[in-house]
Design a binder for this molecule. Sequence first.
Ligand code: URA
Length: 184
Amino acid sequence: MDDLFVRASTCTRCELSLTRQRVVVGSGSYDAALVVIGEAPGKSEDESGLPFIGRSGQLLFSLIEEETGLTREECFVTSVVKCRPPANRTPRRVEIEACSLWWDEQVERFADAIMVTLGNTAARAVLKTSAKIGDLHGQVIQLGALSVVPTYHPAAALRGVPNVTAMMRSDLRVVAALLSGKRS
Ligand code: URA
């Protein structure tokens, strides 16, 4: 385990540390070709310390594997907020800002990866924008050497928001094209 995981696992920079069980720092290698970043851990993630192991994660990684060929193990997976907000509420700005210390350190470790952000919260935090995911999704936005492709959060598809799964698939095909460009 690297030192960032050890330091982050005892973080008390915001009030989420009072109610969380585990800090969900992330999983995977910093050499991964694809970085996936969500909003915040849910109940299963809080209990296990592992990102995206609940229903959202199952849907997400089946779509990623079908559209890009990459497995969960070939991705680095994390969220902009590393501790579960009570009752899965949306993380507050002050919590996102407190947690950005860890994300900024993680971003520095990816050389020229492709990154997928999931939903409004992750896209806005990573891209420092107030734009909506409906306007951002499927675009390729350069953040230094990183190519960022925002898409919807799989939880929206599970809630039955119309067309989200189809739009995620189409955004992931943009990712697949970037990945094959890097391989050739
Ligand atoms: N949703 C997220 O954004 N992150 C997780 O780890 C789980 C669900």
